[in-house]
Structures are given as C-alpha cells and as structure tokens.
Design a protein around this ligand. Structure first.
Ligand code: LIP
Length: 276
C-alpha cells in the first residue's frame, strides 16, 4: 500500500476520532444510563454505542471496501474474524467503567490492520487531551511529539501495569492475586489506569515498563500494539512467543529482556472464549 493511502486513512480516522471524542468529553461528568453486558461490572452506555456508530459510519462512507470489528457491534453478536482485507478495530470507549464514574482515563482506540498486520493506531483521551498515534515504520507520537519506551531491561526497576478487569471469574482472580504477590516485593510499583489502551500508551511513552492482562479483547489492544512497537517496545504473548491477537491475552514491555523476565514468572490464565 502506498504511504499516501495510509496518510488518507489516518487523517480520516483522526478527524472522526476528534469529533467522537467531543461526545465523551461533554458527557463524562453527567449521569449515564448504564446497561450491563457480561457481568455486573461490565458496562455499556449510550455514548459507547454512539461513538462506535459515528466512527464506523464515517469510515465506511469513505472506505466502502473496508471491514470493521467494533466492541459494541461484537457484543451485540457481530463477528470478529480478522481477514487480509483492511480492517478497522475499534473500541469506542476503552475504560467504560472509568467513564461511568467520571474517572478521567477513558479513550477511543482505533487500529487499522491490513493483511492482518497493524498499520496505524490512534488512542485519544479527550478528557485529558492525550493523543497517541503511530503509523507503520514512522514512529509513535504523543500530542505530536515523538515518544520512545524507557528501554529498561531490569524487572526489579520496573513499573508494571495490571488490571482487575471487568469479570468476576474466581480462577482469573486467583491468578491476579498470585501475580500481584509475585511482583509487589520485587518491582518498583504496580499501576492501573482502567484502560488497556492507555496502559499500553504509558509503556510506549516510557512512563511504565510493562503491562499485561488476561481477559482483554482484540479491540482493547489493536491500536496499542503498533504504538508500543513503533515506540521501540515489545508486544507479545504473556506465556512467551509472538502475540496471539485473538487469545484475549497480552503483554507489552520496554524491552525484550524485560518481557522475558515477566513471561518466565507470570502465573498464566487462558480466558475463554477467544475473540475468533
Ligand atoms: C476494558 C479494558 C481494561 C480491562 C477491562 C475492560 P472496556 O475495556 O481496557 O484493560 O481491564 O476489563 O476490558 O470494556 O472499557 O472497553
């Protein structure tokens, strides 16, 4: 694909993202009508649905041959298979629980995959005006400035991001606790922003060294992957080896060495069903 085409895809998506971001910004401190999805802490609001519709309508009008995987479309029974066709993978509000509470870490996350490979990524938190972007081979940016991972190779000097997530699965909870017990005594600290995309953005900008989660979906990580790798970081399977994008598991890190130290130590959890 020509780089002018990628530029056109990027500019179109960015323009729509800015428009949709206004909905999130205007409503974050209002009361929301909340619907429950997979369990009592997995939410969807009217805003999630409107943002997804605005983005998919806008992109499909410009690019009628492109395909879409959207969080709310998938939750409503839409399918999530990734083919070689240009596919936009969209989380309209990543950090919905934050949005519902007015905790200012929610974002729009959009990744474009072509030939099943990440091509561009946009993560936009309209509340704090944080824009993270990347295009294949062209680096990663935060509000227009080039960013890089910290490059840290020593797990004992790391901030590691992990999440409680939005499921009440007791086995997953035991795994979470075991990993916390293993990490807290040896690393600098644990953090969580409540959004997979924003956690990945923190690794990309060198503010944190690693993030892992069991139970996320492809739309939570589709933009973050290219932003982390273009910032010089590593995105992989938390058990080691290359990322398995539909496996609902991810690990990203500031270096290959740090990723390996974590993968060797992590207690593993394999969420079901997969996204594909
Ligand atoms: C959220 C993720 C977060 C995870 C939550 C949820 P949503 O995405 O960003 O990392 O812990 O369970 O999946 O549902 O707010 O788009």
């Amino acid at each position: 694909i020509m780089s002018s085409e990628i530029e056109c895809y990027f500019e179109t998506a960015l323009e729509l993202t800015k428009q949709a971001g206004k909905l999130i910004r205007d409503r974050i401190s209002e009361n929301k009508i909340v619907e429950i999805k997979s369990c009592d802490i997995d939410f969807v609001t009217e805003t999630d649905k409107q943002v997804e519709k605005l983005l998919i309508d806008g992109l499909s009008k410009q690019f009628p041959a492109h395909r879409f995987i959207g969080e709310e479309t998938a939750s409503a029974g839409g399918q999530s298979s990734l083919t070689s066709a240009p596919t936009w993978i969209i989380d309209p509000v990543d950090g919905t629980l934050n949005f519902v509470h007015g905790f200012p870490h929610s974002c729009i996350s959009i990744g474009l995959f072509i030939d099943c490979q990440p091509t561009l990524g946009i993560i936009y938190n309209p509340v704090l005006e944080q824009l993270f972007t990347a295009k294949k081979g062209q680096g990663a940016y935060y509000n227009g400035k080039r960013i890089h991972v910290s490059g840290q190779t020593d797990l004992t000097k790391a901030i590691v991001m992990m999440e409680n997530g939005t499921s009440r699965d007791s086995e997953r909870f035991n795994c979470l606790r075991a990993n916390q017990e293993m990490l807290v005594p040896v690393i600098h600290g644990i953090r969580s922003l409540g959004s997979a995309a924003l956690n990945m953005a923190m690794v990309a900008m060198g503010a944190a060294e690693a993030y892992f989660e069991f139970g996320i979906h492809i739309w939570d990580i589709a933009a973050g992957e290219i932003i982390v790798t273009e910032a010089g970081g590593v995105v992989c399977n938390p058990a080691g080896g290359p990322i398995d994008r539909m496996s609902r598991r991810v690990l990203c890190a500031s270096s290959q060495a740090l990723a390996e130290q974590l993968t060797q130590k992590l207690v593993q959890f394999y969420p079901t069903p997969r996204d594909d």
